[in-house]
Design a protein around this ligand. Structure first.
Ligand SMILES: NC(=O)C1=CN([C@@H]2O[C@H](COP(=O)(O)OP(=O)(O)OC[C@H]3O[C@@H](n4cnc5c(N)ncnc54)[C@H](O)[C@@H]3O)[C@@H](O)[C@H]2O)C=CC1
Ligand SMILES: O=C(O)[C@@H]1CCC=N1
Length: 281
């Protein structure tokens, strides 16, 4: 019987974000984690940094684990699914067992776009869940939305919720909302990173040394989010509290409005939502 509990196909940015936090939180021991990854340098890096098992074989991970995470790019899913299915057929032909993962293994896909209607047939008889996490999971401040498939039992759903609660907040949504979740919280760290970089550049433009501008920008975004979260205040109310009549903030906000700041963000979420839909086709 294997002792691998967290198996991941694909050890890139998001695979690493999840496993690093799960190890730090002691949800899994390094020896309970196995990652399949084609890049030899990447495998060496993951093993050295986290002490986890790595392999070039997706089949090895699929056959070894209680919970199988898919953390490959959506564009690679068909190839990986075919590889697992061919192996399953071969094994079935040989001895009648199903083989594309442990019989009881849950499958958790974090792939943008790829729908349950494609995932479930690739893992016949298995509980399959879609989850859309985000990179702040690395520091325990992630936002994950979970959509369980048809065969997922309540205890399975609770297990997957507990895993993602160890890396941040969790909401359960119907699958139909996941592309929108992807456009907002999945891709959102990219938008916020640009916001922080641009605020920093603004500070430099106004004469601040970059290091100080960077600290100010980061803490302002962090502090504003924390204030809104802890007080439950509406963002518009906070904006009103900062804007003195004839003051500095309203002068800045007027510039943001004339440059389409709000609509740029709305359009960004919409574009990412539409792209997520496309990736699933
Ligand atoms: N990066 C992010 O912020 C988020 C990503 N996601 C989803 O997570 C998934 C992974 O994204 P990232 O980690 O950003 O991508 P990535 O490119 O950093 O990682 C993917 C990894 O899969 C490996 N890989 C490629 N072909 C493979 C194969 N045939 N078998 C096994 N592994 C293979 C690559 O070498 C790479 O290390 C995507 O489906 C994405 O939609 C979801 C939420 C947030
Ligand atoms: O850009 C992407 O496709 C992935 C999905 C959400 C965040 N990154």
């Amino acid at each position: 019987m294997t002792n691998i509990k967290f198996g991941t196909i694909g050890g890139g940015v998001m695979g690493e974000a999840l496993l690093s936090r799960l190890i730090a939180q002691k949800v899994y021991l390094p020896r309970e984690i196995l990652v399949s990854e084609p890049g030899v340098k990447r495998r060496e890096f993951l093993t050295e940094k986290y002490g986890i098992g790595t392999t070039a074989s997706n089949l090895e991970v699929a056959a070894a684990t209680e919970v199988l995470f898919l953390a490959i790019k959506p564009q690679v899913f068909d190839t990986v699914a075919l590889e697992l299915a061919v192996a399953a057929d071969r094994k079935q032909g040989n001895n009648g067992e199903t083989a594309n993962s442990q019989p009881e293994a849950l499958v958790v896909s974090i792939l943008a776009g790829v729908p349950l209607s494609k995932l479930e047939p690739a893992f016949p008889g298995r509980g399959v869940l879609r989850v859309m996490p985000n990179t702040p999971a690395t520091v325990g401040a992630g936002m994950s939305a979970i959509a369980p498939g048809k065969l997922v039992q309540p205890a399975d759903l609770e297990l997957v919720k507990r895993i993602f609660q160890a890396v941040g907040e969790v909401v359960e949504v119907p699958e139909s909302m996941l592309d929108a979740v992807t456009g907002l919280s999945g891709s959102g760290p990219g938008y916020v990173a640009i916001l922080i970089e641009a605020l920093t550049d603004g500070g430099v433009c106004a004469g601040l040394p970059r290091a100080i501008a960077s600290q100010l920008a980061l803490q302002t975004v962090f502090g504003t989010a924390k204030l809104l979260q802890e007080t439950g205040m509406h963002p518009a109310e906070l904006k009103d509290r900062v804007t003195s009549p004839g003051g500095t903030t309203i002068a800045g906000i007027a510039k943001l409005e004339s440059n389409g700041f709000r609509s740029a963000l709305i359009e960004a979420v919409k574009a990412a939502y539409l792209r997520s839909q496309e990736l699933g086709k």
